[in-house]
Design a protein around this ligand. Structure first.
Ligand code: THU
Length: 157
C-alpha cells in the first residue's frame, strides 16, 4: 500500500495587494452580482473571465422556478465566453458573491463541483493554467489553476 497526497496551493490577499489586471477582474465579478437573477436563493453570484483576446466576459447565476434548470454564475460566464469567442483561451476567472443578508460574503465562495468540472474543460483547451480569484470582503484567495480546485478530476484528454 502506498499513501499518496495531493496538495493544492493558494494565497490569501487583500484587494490592495492585487495587480491592476486582477483588480479589474474582481471589480467586474462584483458588478456582475447586480445582474444575478436569484429570486429563490437570494444568493447573488458574479463571475468575470479574462480571455487571451483581451475581452472580459461576465456572468451571474440565473435561477429558474424549476430549480435544477438554473445555472451558476461561473457556467453562465464560461459558456457565454466560449459561445461568443470560440477561439479565445481563458486566462483567469474571478468569482464574487452577495449573501442572503444583502452583503458581500466575508469568506470567498468557491465554485460548485459542476462548475469546477466545466471550467476545467476550458483550462484544458487553453493548454495553460487559468488563474482563479475567489472574492470575499474579508479575504481574497488566489489559486493558480482550475485543476487545483478539482483534484483527481475526470478528463478524457
Ligand atoms: N451558485 C453559483 O452561481 N455559483 C457557485 O459556485 C455556487 C452557487 C448559485 C446557484 C444558486 O443560484 C445560488 O448560488 C445558491 O446556491
Amino acid at each position: 500500500m502506498k499513501e499518496k497526497k495531493i496538495e493544492i496551493k493558494m494565497v490569501e490577499v487583500q484587494y490592495d495587494e492585487l495587480t491592476d489586471r486582477q483588480r479589474k477582474l474582481v471589480d467586474l465579478a462584483r458588478a456582475a452580482t447586480d445582474r444575478s437573477y436569484a429570486p429563490y436563493s437570494k444568493f447573488r453570484v458574479g463571475a468575470a473571465i479574462e480571455l487571451d483576446n483581451g475581452e472580459i466576459v461576465t456572468g451571474s447565476n440565473q435561477e429558474n422556478a424549476a430549480y435544477p434548470s438554473g445555472t451558476c454564475a461561473e457556467r453562465t460566464a464560461a459558456f457565454y465566453a466560449h459561445a461568443t469567442y470560440p477561439d479565445a483561451k481563458f486566462k483567469a476567472i474571478a468569482i464574487a458573491a452577495i449573501g442572503t443578508d444583502g452583503c458581500e460574503v466575508g469568506d470567498p465562495v468557491a465554485p460548485c463541483g459542476a462548475c469546477r468540472q466545466s471550467l476545467l474543460e476550458f483550462e484544458t483547451l487553453a493548454k495553460h493554467d487559468v488563474e482563479v480569484i475567489l472574492v470575499g470582503s474579508e479575504a481574497i484567495y488566489i489559486l493558480p489553476s482550475i485543476k487545483s480546485t478539482l483534484p483527481l478530476a475526470f478528463s478524457e484528454f
